[in-house]
Ligand binder design. Structure first.
Ligand SMILES: Nc1ncnc2c1ncn2[C@@H]1O[C@H](COP(=O)(O)OP(=O)(O)OP(=O)(O)O)[C@@H](O)[C@H]1O
Length: 437
């Protein structure tokens, strides 16, 4: 493996990398960076935690240093926290350039963002929805001269999931110059390859890490077969065991809904575990604050929905627990990829009920790895079963006495209005009936 200089990177950037402990390029960097520096479009597919971010940040910074002007580069990414993480990499590596960046995500003040955009930043990192809102509502900035468009987690941006970015992407692509370099990265590009190729128009250089498995070798992948009713007792038991055995550890627990995230957080706190949550029903500022506290190890346990499944890079995470078995192998790959990053070891434990066994089979088929059973002394779990289930029920009752469900309903309807599926008038009627007016 060569070093960064031999890939064509300038001395000042090699020095910046060294300062951050980035000495040797990872395979995705070694393969994609020369093509990007030559001016080619690029699609890079490499496992989670393999350094895809620096693979695009470094060449962009190099090109920017040769001919600096704003707005030079636009990065699109599916989640708000990822936008901050990517901007941070640009900021740290591009410090000697006096790089100006701007983060455009939902949940933050539009006016401040519009001002920042009109201030000609070199790099804009955005989630598609909010950037499209700015394009629709203002003409104070132009992206006509951008050199780079980067789609991070590109397959997620193009898939039509519960948050559908495709309409916003159309609005954004409309204002970008046809002559630009387009770079697409993800750990799971292959499923949407054809759609992606149509965005990277100019015969993209395609690189995929050659490996039989789709998860990293340093990850120990386990499962626990459990009846639904015993799941939480297993969870509490697992966390207690990790707490007893390790000083320097963090755990991310993934669950399928915001409500479940909230209840599990309340429940683990009742057991005095330092727990914090991250889901889309929380205000943006709260989400950032919680993530920062988790990163700083003030809280050792983060309970999250799939809003945190992709891209988050938190080196201290040693364990990922799937409280529900993910319905799609792709989601599993991203979730467990929050641990065992950049060559470190990690463990993932998926709680599997009898109804989820077929999901595990399709996950195993996709990742080309068999999950191993995680050994647990069942007697110990059964000892705490009643206490855990009673605590959970108490938490459910507590949550029901708050306006959590009402807020959830309001959020759902707002989303439908934004997507044009429901009229504002029918929303108002429903809201009034909910309030008993
Ligand atoms: N050449 C390198 N040597 C050592 N560490 C590196 C190198 N390049 C990147 N890293 C570090 O590896 C970690 C993971 O990188 P990054 O977040 O870019 O992964 P990724 O491939 O984008 O993962 P994901 O698919 O989960 O988003 C980061 O902390 C980053 O600083």
């Amino acid at each position: 493996m060569g070093d960064f200089s031999s890939l064509g990177l300038s001395d000042w950037l090699v020095k910046q990398c060294k300062q951050l402990g980035i000495n040797k390029p990872t395979p995705v960097q070694e393969n994609c960076m020369p093509a990007i520096l030559q001016g080619r479009d690029c699609m890079g597919c490499a496992k989670t935690g393999s350094g895809k971010t620096a693979a695009f940040v470094l060449p962009v910074l190099q090109k920017l240093s040769e001919d600096p002007y704003g707005i030079f580069c636009l990065v699109l990414t599916p989640t708000r926290s990822l936008a901050y993480q990517i901007a941070e990499q640009f900021r740290v590596l591009g410090k000697p350039l006096g790089l100006k960046d701007c983060i455009i995500v939902g949940g933050m003040d539009m006016v401040t963002q519009a001002l920042e955009l009109s201030n000609q930043p070199h790099v804009v990192v955005a989630t598609p929805g909010r950037l499209a809102d700015h394009i629709r509502s203002s003409n104070t900035f132009s992206m006509k001269r951008i050199q780079f468009l980067i789609l991070d987690e590109a397959d997620r941006l193009l898939e039509q999931g519960c948050t559908d970015f495709t309409k916003d992407l159309e609005v954004i692509l409309e204002i970008l110059p046809a002559k630009r370099q387009t770079l697409l990265f993800s750990a799971t590009l292959t499923d949407t390859l054809q759609e992606l190729k149509s965005i990277a128009m100019n015969k993209p250089f395609f690189w995929e890490s050659k490996s039989e498995t789709r998860t990293v070798e340093e990850l120990d992948q386990r499962y626990i077969l459990t009846p639904e009713k015993v799941k939480d007792a297993y969870l509490v038991h697992l966390i207690q065991t990790f707490t007893d055995e390790h000083d320097d550890w963090s755990i991310i627990i993934f669950t399928n809904t915001c409500k479940s995230c909230q209840i599990l957080t309340m429940m683990l706190r009742e057991f005095n575990f330092p727990t914090i949550s991250l889901h889309s029903m929380m205000k943006q500022k709260q989400r950032f604050a919680n993530l920062a506290k988790f990163k700083a190890s003030v809280y050792k346990i983060l309970i999250a929905t799939d809003v945190a499944a992709r891209g988050l890079d938190i080196p201290t995470v040693q364990v990922v627990i799937n409280h529900n078995t993910p319905g799609l192998p792709k989601i599993y790959i991203h979730r467990v990829g929050r641990t065992a990053r950049a060559g470190r070891n990690g463990v993932s434990i998926t709680l599997v009920t009898q109804y989820d066994i077929h999901l595990i089979h399709s996950i195993e088929e996709q990742i080309q790895t068999k999950l191993k059973e995680y050994p647990v002394v069942e007697k110990e779990v059964l000892k705490i079963l009643t206490q855990v289930n009673v605590t959970r029920r108490e938490c459910e009752i507590k949550l029901e006495s708050t306006d959590f469900d009402e807020k959830r309903e309001i959020n759902k309807r707002k989303q439908l209005i934004l997507e044009g599926k429901v009229s504002a008038a029918s929303y108002k009627t429903r809201l009034e009936s909910m309030k008993g007016l």
